[in-house]
Structures are given as structure tokens and as C-alpha cells.
Design a protein around this ligand. Structure first.
Ligand code: 13P
Ligand code: SF4
Length: 299
């Protein structure tokens, strides 16, 4: 029996569903039951009937799924698949910021550990960060951890945004020259850029979008599309629109999230065979983190 046949058989026997983030390897995207951005995957995981969720993404995403579905088994096929930005936020530093600005509300990007979410008033993703910040009663917002997403949100609000100094190494590397080079190579194109990118680069992009937003916007676009995010997004977009042209913003070296690439169809098979690696979160942290995630889902 092939790996894929084995996965299909075990999935049925165990009553499992496989979900994958848009940056996953093509072989993983192809075996997933559902694909999505962080917000879409969070919403989905709260709604599944299956007992087991195999989460092909990075750890904070699987943790979010577990917090929303505490009675289900959530498996992350590769336990070392973390998010470098999520690891940057230190609880003591956030505590320090909260003490310095006691009137501020804490808006936390989902790319954080459960412990940091538990210290927050509300979560957001790249798809809803502006809406979430606008919805807060306070005029002062501590925004954790992505400084670039914070600066993107600041464009749309008069509230004072106090950013934590975190960033994503995959997106923070994009430069104005990358956009200029890509535009001269593909003159009849538009540039889609993820809001984790630096401000000066975002200033000259055509659209600032979450990965889910890129999929929706591509439907409306008749030009070639330069994709300013993790390079696997090109595969994801081509799956959806095989007749359109997509080009990665950066090819040499490519923009790759190495943690996202740790999951393979082999590790998905092992995850099902051995029920590994099951995500578990301390009850008190999970309860507080749930409140912050749920506040976001209500918006
Ligand atoms: P999206 O929510 O846009 O998919 O982004 C998640 C992420 O990790 C971006 O680096
Ligand atoms: Fe984290 Fe960046 Fe990878 Fe997204 S692309 S999972 S933010 S390191």
C-alpha cells in the first residue's frame, strides 16, 4: 500500500481530519482535507466533527486548535515545528509593558505561545488585525509580537499602538529592491504582500493581504501576480487558479519558513500510526488563552 493509501485508510479508521496551512509542502497540501490561513484554520478546527485533528502547520497553530477543541486530540506531526516569531515573545517583557501602560489593552497576534495569549485581552491574525484593534475600547494598544503588522495596523487607526519588537525572518527580509526587480521582470503584474513585511516595502506593494486574502484577491486579478510571502504560497495559488501566472517575490535565495517544511507525508503517516505528537496545554493557561481567542472569533 502506498503512503497516501495508508493515510487515507488510517484517517477513516481513526475518524481524523487533516488540515494544512498554505505554506505547507506541496505533497502535504495535496493530502490535506482542508487548507487555510491562520484564521480560517482556527475557525475550522472549532467546527469539526472528527475526533482527531492532524494539524500540518507550526506549533502555535496546533495549540490554537487544541484550545478551541479541548476534547479533541490535536496532533502536530513534527513536534519541533515552531514559529520563530512566536518564540520571540517573553512573558516577563510583556508583563513589563503591561505595567508601564496600565491603561492599554493587549492585542496579540496568534503567532504566539499559549502562555502569551493567556496574558492578552484579545488575539488577532493578519486577516483581521485592523478590525480587532478598531474594536477595542482603549485608545492605547500594546501589540504583540510583530512590529511590522503593528505598523501596518497603525495606518488605519488613530489609537496609539505600542509594538513589541518581534518580527518574522521570512517576511522581514523583503526589500524595496526585491519589488523593483520583480516588477521589471514581470511588467504586467501586481504585487501581493503579507503584512509581516517591513513598512517601506508595504508602502509600494499593490495589496497587503493575509494568505487567505491572497487567494480571494487573486480571483479578482487579471494581471500576473508577484507573491510577497513564503514561497510555497505560489503552489497554493496555482492549485486554485491553474490558468493564472504567479511568481515568488524572492527567488534567490527563496523566502522559506524552515519550520513549515518539517512536515512531510511520511510524518503525517507516522502521526496517524502513533497518534503523535499530541498537543496538551495547562488548563489554567488554556482557559485564559481561550478567552482571548474567542474574543477575536466573536468579532
Ligand atoms: P496567515 O494567517 O496570513 O496565513 O499567516 C500566518 C503566518 O504564519 C504568516 O507568516
Ligand atoms: Fe512564523 Fe514567519 Fe514561519 Fe509564519 S513564516 S510560521 S510567522 S516564522
Amino acid at each position: 500500500m502506498s503512503i497516501i493509501e495508508n493515510i487515507t485508510k488510517l484517517k477513516k479508521e481513526l475518524n481524523a481530519v487533516i488540515i494544512a496551512h498554505n505554506y505547507q509542502l506541496p505533497e502535504v497540501q495535496d493530502i490535506a482535507d482542508h487548507l487555510g490561513d491562520s484564521l480560517e484554520l482556527s475557525r475550522m478546527s472549532a467546527a469539526f466533527n472528527e475526533k482527531i485533528i492532524v494539524f500540518c502547520g507550526v506549533k502555535f497553530m496546533a495549540e490554537t486548535a487544541k484550545i478551541l477543541s479541548p476534547n479533541k486530540t490535536v496532533l502536530l506531526p513534527e513536534i519541533s515545528a515552531g514559529c520563530d516569531m512566536a518564540q520571540m515573545t517573553e512573558p516577563w517583557k510583556l508583563e513589563e509593558m503591561k505595567n508601564k501602560y496600565p491603561d492599554a489593552k493587549v492585542v496579540t497576534y496568534v503567532n504566539t505561545t499559549a502562555e502569551i495569549k493567556a496574558m492578552s485581552d484579545i488575539c488577532c491574525t493578519s486577516a483581521n488585525a485592523v478590525e480587532v484593534v478598531k474594536s477595542m475600547r482603549s485608545n492605547r494598544i500594546i501589540f504583540v509580537p510583530d512590529r511590522n503588522l503593528a505598523s501596518y495596523v497603525q495606518r488605519f487607526t488613530d489609537k496609539e499602538i505600542i509594538p513589541y519588537d518581534g518580527y518574522c525572518y521570512v517576511h522581514d527580509q523583503f526589500t524595496i529592491e526585491d519589488i523593483e526587480k520583480a516588477r521589471s521582470k514581470h511588467p504586467d503584474s501586481v504585487v501581493f504582500l503579507h503584512p509581516e513585511s517591513p513598512k517601506e516595502v508595504a508602502d509600494i506593494a499593490d495589496f497587503i493581504l493575509s494568505t487567505g486574502g491572497m487567494i480571494r484577491q487573486a480571483k479578482e486579478t487579471n494581471k500576473d501576480i508577484i507573491v510577497g510571502t513564503e514561497n510555497e504560497m505560489v503552489y497554493r495559488l496555482k492549485r486554485e487558479y491553474p490558468n493564472k501566472n504567479f511568481y515568488p517575490l524572492k527567488e534567490n535565495p527563496p523566502a522559506i519558513c524552515t519550520n513549515m517544511k518539517k512536515i512531510t507525508i511520511n510524518s503525517v503517516l507516522k502521526a496517524l500510526e502513533n497518534q503523535q505528537y499530541s498537543i496538551n496545554i495547562d488548563d489554567e493557561i488554556a482557559e485564559k488563552a481561550f478567552n482571548a481567542i474567542n474574543a477575536m472569533l466573536k468579532i
